[in-house]
Design a protein around this ligand. Structure first.
Ligand SMILES: NC(=O)c1ccc[n+]([C@@H]2O[C@H](COP(=O)([O-])OP(=O)(O)OC[C@H]3O[C@@H](n4cnc5c(N)ncnc54)[C@H](O)[C@@H]3O)[C@@H](O)[C@H]2O)c1
Length: 261
């Protein structure tokens, strides 16, 4: 499915990113893995980088080859270190990396953003999300947070709301559209990876357990990776600006409750 493609995947030292890198290799891709931590075992080339600052993103981009077929933005923080680092990695760093790599992505290439069911509130919080997405470049993140009155504990959901809204917008952004680069999001529900323990401490066991109970089990990295990679493949060539929930039906169940059907 991915034979001959070069795919850059962030967050490869753990969880969903690690499984996505492994599967991409099995499906024939040449993988360039990125993480701030060295993976124990990795597929293809590994580049150590921290995408939480403009300097970190610039340094990473300078070390990458000229031609890529796809970028999978998987690296993320849970919010347990506060809103500023979380928004810096989960949104502003990810967006800066995507924009900087656009010229290196081949025509018809793809970007896949791993968002979350936690970003469900993007419609309800549209004005705030739109204003925060409209701040260009790699901003002074604590200042953006203060300007938009984001509470420290809201960092994770807000980061994913911004990511979803930007995905919808970026699909029509000249930088990507003019070269036929598709941008989509995948939104997992709770997935059994190291970050889930942190979600339990940020959100509380009751919230995580009730989400899991709605769909019968937590997801695994192996549930998410194939969908991320399908969106990188030419089989997804007419899918653009979409958010694909990969959550065993969690979002459908929340929609039924919220919309009353
Ligand atoms: N596990 C879940 O329940 C769940 C649910 C919904 C969405 N997600 C999303 O899936 C993505 C992957 O999460 P996971 O479950 O694999 O978590 P994880 O903690 O297992 O892996 C995250 C990886 O991102 C890396 N990373 C963090 N900050 C970085 C930085 N500044 N620069 C480079 N790398 C950095 C970490 O080192 C780690 O290897 C995240 O974006 C997360 O928000 C996870």
């Amino acid at each position: 499915m991915l034979f001959g493609k070069t795919i850059l995947i962030t967050g490869v030292a753990s969880g969903i990113g690690a499984r996505t890198a492994e599967l991409a290799g099995q499906l024939g891709a040449d993988v360039i893995g990125v993480d701030m931590r060295e993976p124990v075992d990795h597929q293809g080339i590994f580049v150590k980088a921290d995408i939480s600052s403009k300097a970190g993103v610039d340094d990473l981009v300078a070390r990458l080859p000229q031609r890529l077929d796809a970028l999978c933005n998987v690296a993320g923080l849970s919010g347990n270190t506060g809103a500023a680092p979380t928004l810096a990695v989960n949104f502003y760093g990810l967006r800066a990396l995507s924009e900087a790599l656009a010229p290196k992505l081949r025509e018809g290439g793809a970007i896949v953003n791993v968002a979350s069911i936690a970003g469900y509130g993007w419609r309800a919080n549209l004005n705030r999300a739109a204003s925060m997405v409209s701040v260009e470049g790699f901003p002074d993140v604590p200042r953006v947070i203060a300007d938009h009155a984001v509470k420290n504990e809201e960092g994770y959901p807000v980061s994913k709301e911004l990511l979803l809204l930007w995905t919808f917008r970026a699909a029509h952004q000249e930088l990507f559209k003019s070269r036929g680069i598709r941008i989509n999001a995948v939104s997992p529900g709770p997935v059994e990876t190291p970050i889930l323990k942190q979600f339990r401490s940020v959100l509380g066991d009751a919230k995580v357990d009730s989400d899991i109970a709605r769909v019968g089990r937590a997801g695994t990295s192996g549930d998410i990776a194939p969908v991320v990679l399908f969106l990188c493949s030419d089989g997804a060539r007419w899918i653009n600006g979409a958010n694909v929930p990969v959550d065993g039906g969690l979002e459908a169940s929340i929609n039924a409750e919220v919309l009353g059907f």
